[in-house]
Design a protein around this ligand. Structure first.
Ligand SMILES: Cc1cc2nc3c(=O)[nH]c(=O)nc-3n(C[C@H](O)[C@H](O)[C@H](O)COP(=O)(O)O)c2cc1C
Length: 396
């Protein structure tokens, strides 16, 4: 019988897991840089990340494995910043072209195998909501990576992780994702000049869809509001920025979906904010906008739940969010005003969101996409990737 090739990605201290049981171990040795969303790994140096820090060959490592084991601290119902960072850097394992699987858009596989996936989450104070989100994230991520079968297990600490590994019996835990349960949050008492912080969570310095969506939202916000614009593009939040957040009654975070979750640099920022706010009892109304590259806005649901879990950890009120598909085309339709053409439905939802922000009221979770058939988005997207690659002498 052929031996399975095993790849382990974990966030425990380097050397904690016995490496001899794996063909490849990826752990936090050295400094890992966060994905900057440049897509060079698709259009210029296929399969290889432009950031040369020892983590640039993740796609190759995935291509060589039959079994992927992830060990991660469960963070807001998803992987930790380190494990997520490695996964964000792994996207060239997939081909940029699109396919439709189970009625939703995904990337084409470059490789024929179906990797077996085992995910061990640890954490001693995980809520049921976090476990539920984590299970949903594994399922979603497995579809994108064409992995099957998938096993997810939760335990409390690193000692238990070691026990599970030594027993070699990772029990299967079915995570049932029922309808979204949401606490009812009472609106905060409306203040005369409630300050709103608009925060982009894209790693891109310019031309980000997240930033553009905030700009489009601002146009719907009343002019008498004090609005502060912030950009979390790095791995930490500076002290004075945390102060600005503390002084804002309302936070609106706009972020891209990365591997069905929160980009790793933003996870680190969210953790900084949690450390700062967790014991301060500073209630805030938080609204989320998540855009994703696939057509269906619903694909942002996993990350939306993680953002809700983050709010709970910070003592904030999650007031809902807007998940928008087809974010990849925002730059090419930057001059189309919300409420028109491909932004017809999006504009309607954005204006409703702005109203709720003004009233500090519950918005709920709304998922939308462009007013354009999916096939048109698919063809345009694939043409865009092909042309961009051709400019670099690459044939996709
Ligand atoms: C590392 C990485 C992972 C991504 N993962 C997903 C994903 O799982 N699903 C999806 O629909 N789009 C995914 N995308 C596409 C982004 O969500 C999309 O390009 C988005 O519009 C970027 O927004 P921004 O310009 O605000 O950064 C991913 C992009 C990158 C760079």
């Amino acid at each position: 019988m052929m031996n399975k090739s095993r790849l382990l990605i974990h966030d425990l201290p380097p050397g904690f897991v016995a490496a001899e049981n794996y063909d490849e171990v990826v752990e936090a040795s050295g400094t890992i840089r966060n994905c900057i969303g440049c897509f060079t790994c698709w259009i210029k140096s296929p399969m290889e990340c432009v950031l040369k820090d020892g983590y640039e060959h993740m796609a190759e490592k995935l291509a060589a494995c039959d079994e992927l084991v992830l060990i991660s601290k469960c963070t807001y119902g998803g992987p930790s910043a380190f494990v997520k960072n490695v996964l964000d850097r792994s996207i060239p394992y997939l081909h940029p072209d699109f396919v439709i699987k189970d009625g939703q858009m995904h990337h084409k596989q470059r490789f024929p195998q179906h990797i077996t996936m085992k995910v061990i989450f640890y954490g001693d104070d995980l809520s049921e909501a976090e476990k539920e989100s984590a299970g949903a994230w594994v399922e979603a991520m497995a579809v994108n990576f064409d992995a099957a079968p998938v096993e997810t297990v939760f335990c409390t600490n690193a000692v238990e992780v070691r026990q599970i590994l030594s027993e070699e019996c990772i029990r299967q835990e079915k995570t049932i994702c029922g309808p979204q349960k949401r606490d009812v949050h009472l609106p905060l008492s409306k203040q005369e000049e409630a300050a709103i912080a608009l925060i982009s969570g894209s790693p891109k310095k310019k031309y980000s869809t997240s930033g553009k969506m905030l700009e489009e939202l601002s146009a719907f916000l009343p002019k008498d509001k004090t609005v502060t614009e912030l950009h979390f593009s790095g791995n930490e939040i500076e002290e004075n920025t945390l102060q600005t957040l503390a002084e804002s009654e309302t936070l609106v975070l706009s972020l891209p979906l990365y591997v069905d979750g929160i980009p790793s640099h933003l996870l680190r920022c969210l953790r900084d904010a949690e450390d700062f706010f967790a014991d301060k009892m500073l209630p805030k109304s938080v609204y989320i906008i998540i855009n994703c590259g696939f057509y269906e806005g619903e694909q942002t649901q996993t990350a939306m739940k993680m953002m809700e879990n983050w709010c709970v950890r910070c003592g904030f009120s999650f007031c809902g969010g807007l998940g928008v598909g087809a974010g990849g085309m925002w730059h090419s339709i930057k001059d189309v005003p919300p409420g028109h053409g491909p932004k017809k439905n999006y504009g309607k939802h954005l204006s409703a969101l702005a109203q709720k922000i003004e009233q500090q009221a519950e918005y709920g979770c709304v998922f939308t996409t462009v007013n354009l058939p999916r096939i048109a988005y698919k063809i345009a997207g694939e043409y865009g990737w092909k042309k961009a690659a051709e400019k670099n002498g690459i044939t996709l």
